[in-house]
Structure formats: structure tokens, C-alpha cells
Design a protein around this ligand. Structure first.
Ligand SMILES: CC(C)(COP(=O)(O)OP(=O)(O)OC[C@H]1O[C@@H](n2cnc3c(N)ncnc32)[C@H](O)[C@@H]1OP(=O)(O)O)[C@@H](O)C(=O)NCCC(=O)NCCS
Length: 178
């Protein structure tokens, strides 16, 4: 219930947001993937985050959002209208990522951010949202299930110093009741 008294704001990121986005991304990987992804891989990826976000966030950004509370950036989220998956149709969009700073986990912020993502996708005329998640990230899977996603049976793997299995999850974007 904390969030009712501390509303969040979500907006498209601008270049000046890049350092905060890198911080959130790095801290969230360290906390959430500690027991899942090899530490050396997390260190290597995190070393490149500041430059990566500086490069990604141009003034034409239309996909990367920042989630703020009390003017602090507490999360990042990426929604794309066209998934890279070969089997995606034009009605489908993808949540490419959502990462909160660990100090803000489990306060309802992720749920509010997902509602924002669903509304954004509906405005684009999309009827389905997909996402990929590490099979070992059971916390996130539980969160996504609570948000209405279900595994659709598709899988893929990445080599991150160990083989990481990912599952795809899917959710229909029915109209919000009036
Ligand atoms: C996953 C994440 C975005 C969820 O956002 P959040 O604000 O923490 O989640 P909420 O507080 O809105 O949780 C809503 C519900 O989801 C489920 N849930 C959320 N986090 C959970 C966790 N760590 N373990 C189990 N269930 C969880 C619970 O059912 C929760 O309801 P409850 O708190 O009333 O029990 C956030 O925790 C996060 O950034 N995690 C680390 C990064 C990550 O794994 N991102 C996904 C990559 S694919």
C-alpha cells in the first residue's frame, strides 16, 4: 500500500537519464541474478552499462522508460512494438526488460509499471504482449504470473559462462473494463 502515498511517474528516458538507468540496471542485476548468473559475467556486463545506456538513449528514444519516485529513478523498462521473435505477428509487442533498484522491490511499483506497459501497448493497437525470462528467475516468473502472463512453451538459451535457459511468457491485452 506504500505506493498509494508515494505515487510513481513513468516517462520516456532522455539522454540525461542514462547514468541513473545504468545504476539501476547494474544494482538490479547484482541483486536479482546473484544466485543465477555467474558473478564474472555480471561484472563484465555491468562494466559496460554506463557506456551502453549513454549510447542507447538518444533524443529519438521511443522504447526505454524510466520509473521515478520522489524524483529518484527507481526503475527502467523497455517496451518494443515489434518483437525480434520470428513467429511474432503485427498484433504482438514485447516487454524487453523491467528492472527496479533493489531498494524498491516488492512495493507494488512493478505492478504499476506493467499496467503502464499494457496501456501503452493497447494504444499501439497491440493485443498480445510477450517477454523472455530466465527459467531460474522464479521471483520474476511469479511476478509475471501475478500480472497475467503464462509460459507459452517457447524456450531459448544463452551462454553466460553457463548455459542460461529462458522461457517465453505471453499475455492477452484485453480492453480494460470501464
Ligand atoms: C520483477 C520486478 C520487476 C517486480 O516488481 P516489484 O515492484 O518488485 O513487484 P510487485 O511489488 O509489484 O509484486 C507484485 C506481485 O508479484 C509477485 N512477486 C514480486 N516479486 C516477487 C518475488 N521476489 N518473489 C516472489 N513473488 C514476487 C508477488 O505475488 C507480488 O505480490 P505480493 O507482494 O502482494 O505478494 C522487480 O522485483 C525487479 O526488478 N526484480 C529484479 C529484476 C528482474 O528479475 N526483472 C525481470 C527480468 S525478466
Amino acid at each position: 500500500m506504500d505506493y498509494i502515498y508515494n505515487p510513481i511517474t513513468i516517462r520516456l528516458a532522455v539522454p540525461a537519464d542514462a547514468p541513473d538507468m545504468a545504476q539501476v540496471h547494474m544494482r538490479s542485476w547484482e541483486a536479482a541474478y546473484n544466485d543465477i548468473v555467474p558473478a564474472e559475467y555480471i561484472r563484465e556486463k555491468n562494466a559496460g552499462r554506463p557506456a551502453l545506456w549513454q549510447r542507447i538513449i538518444s533524443s529519438e528514444n521511443t522504447a526505454h522508460y524510466i520509473i521515478q519516485r520522489d524524483r529518484q529513478t527507481v526503475g527502467i523498462m523497455t517496451i518494443v512494438p515489434t518483437p525480434q521473435d520470428g513467429d511474432a505477428d503485427c498484433e504482438t509487442c514485447e516487454l524487453e526488460g523491467i528492472y527496479l533498484h533493489p531498494d524498491y522491490y516488492r512495493m507494488g511499483i512493478g505492478t504499476q509499471a506493467m499496467d503502464f506497459a499494457f496501456d501503452t501497448a493497447r494504444r499501439w493497437g497491440k493485443t498480445v504482449m510477450t517477454l523472455w525470462v530466465f527459467a531460474e528467475n522464479t521471483n520474476a516468473i511469479e511476478f509475471y504470473e501475478k500480472c497475467g502472463f503464462k509460459s507459452d512453451g517457447k524456450t531459448k538459451t544463452y551462454n553466460m559462462g553457463k548455459t542460461m535457459n529462458c522461457i517465453r511468457m505471453k499475455r492477452a491485452l484485453e480492453e480494460e473494463p470501464m
